[in-house]
Ligand binder design. Structure first.
Ligand code: PLP
Length: 394
């Protein structure tokens, strides 16, 4: 059962890509495992062994869903940590093995949680090449492959789907070139529960997921490793999780993650169909109101729940606060930077002028959105935009 957030039509939640509420049944798992497996999973007494069993059961379930061995699942605090561990860990281990900093290649569409560790490595002497995007924020994967091929060893970073425009990246091309020497880290955060699992994902050297994007509590994610992945740890301490991620593990968070992942994967097909339907209803209703906008999303090859619209005639700084005041919960880009006055760097890299990028909204629907809410959201947004247009023309 999905939680109802508010009374219908009071506040309308259109920010699913930033994070979802915890699902009721997952919350029950969290509470039950917290009560039952309360000890430190590293303790060797009976209570500790019980907590360890709960943790390892969760790891096994995640591994069986993601078609890998349990030892190749590392629980983290979320995808920011998983991206950091993958990118810093792979690059530093490769430098140790090959005796030199390896080239890094990534798309300009990556989330800050991937771009920031890449920048850290660049400052430490790793050559970094960021490839350009098309108007939907699709990465130029040929350019990625060309750059990766200039060295006998490299690390490429390419997400599954973009959190802002929703575009699905051409991961198959990169997957077919991934090897023990040509490493690929995939930030797969946005695809889970919205897209059918793509077999290309299983070729990634490392793959990051975040629980709160599909109904687990905030504060838990995973890194899935390929069999031969060589990583240096980023966080050191007690040597938990094969010394890859020191720190006391949380059996309740791990069990909640496994439960939410199982549900998201099981329900994906139905969710996708519903989301596509709601997106069409919303978009048609907005178009019928005669509001001019530019579309930055990709209907054919994008996340079924994501719209990214620009309103070039408006002052973008007022857009989010005005939506919020009218009960529409939307964002302008990555949630972590949506409070910032800066335009989305992804939209700018996709070719929008900074002032147009600033006047953009990301609307990301959740699977429990109802038809009446989709209509009401479009109507409310249309009204608000008309009001803002009038003010702008004065
Ligand atoms: N990667 C992508 C594509 C995301 O959308 C997000 C969150 O918005 C993250 C990484 C960061 O995940 P977390 O919130 O689990 O740190």
């Amino acid at each position: 059962m999905r939680p109802r957030r508010n009374s219908k039509l009071d506040r309308i939640f259109l920010d699913a890509n930033a994070g979802l509420a915890v699902r009721e049944e997952v919350l029950e798992t969290f509470v039950q495992v917290s009560r039952d497996a309360y000890a430190n999973p590293s303790s060797i007494h009976r209570a500790g062994r019980h907590a360890q069993a709960a943790l390892e059961n969760a790891r096994e379930e995640v591994a069986s869903l993601l078609l890998c061995a349990a030892r190749d699942i590392v629980f983290t605090s979320g995808a920011t940590e998983a991206n950091n561990l993958a990118i810093l860990g792979l690059a530093r281990a490769a430098k140790r093995l090959f005796g030199r900093p390896i080239p890094l290649v990534a798309s300009r569409a990556e989330h800050p949680a991937a771009l920031a560790p890449l920048r850290v490595l660049q400052q430490q002497g790793f050559p970094l090449h960021l490839v350009n995007l098309d108007a939907h924020a699709t990465a130029d994967v040929d350019a990625m492959l060309e750059h990766a091929a200039t060295s006998d060893v490299s690390l490429s970073v390419l997400q599954w789907a973009n959190n802002e425009t929703g575009v699905i990246q051409p991961i198959a091309a990169l997957a077919s070139h991934t090897s023990d020497d040509h490493l690929w880290h995939c930030d797969a955060v946005q695809g889970i529960g919205k897209l059918a699992m793509d077999p290309s994902l299983w070729r990634a050297t490392t793959l990051a997921l975040s629980g709160h994007k599909f109904g687990a509590p905030k504060g838990v994610g995973i890194l899935r490793l390929s069999e031969n992945a060589m990583l240096d740890p980023v966080q050191v301490g007690g040597g938990q999780q094969r010394s890859l991620r020191s720190g006391t593990e949380s059996p309740p968070l791990a069990a909640s993650f496994a439960h939410a992942l199982r549900l998201a994967m099981k329900e994906q097909k139905a969710s996708t169909a519903h989301l596509q339907n709601m997106r069409t209803i919303f978009l048609n209703a907005l178009q019928n109101l005669g509001i001019p906008f530019l579309s930055n999303h990709c209907m054919e090859h994008g996340l079924p729940n994501t719209l990214n619209l620009s309103f070039p005639d408006l002052d973008g700084r007022m857009l989010i606060p005005a939506c919020d005041a009218d009960g529409l919960e939307v964002s302008a880009g990555a949630a972590c930077s949506s409070g910032a006055a800066l335009p989305s760097s992804v939209l700018v890299a996709a070719g929008l002028a900074p002032e147009v990028a600033r006047a953009s909204l990301r609307i990301s629907l959740s699977a429990d959105l109802e038809e009446i809410e989709a209509f009401e959201a479009a109507k409310r947004l249309g009204k608000l935009l008309r009001r803002m247009c009038k003010v702008a023309k004065r």
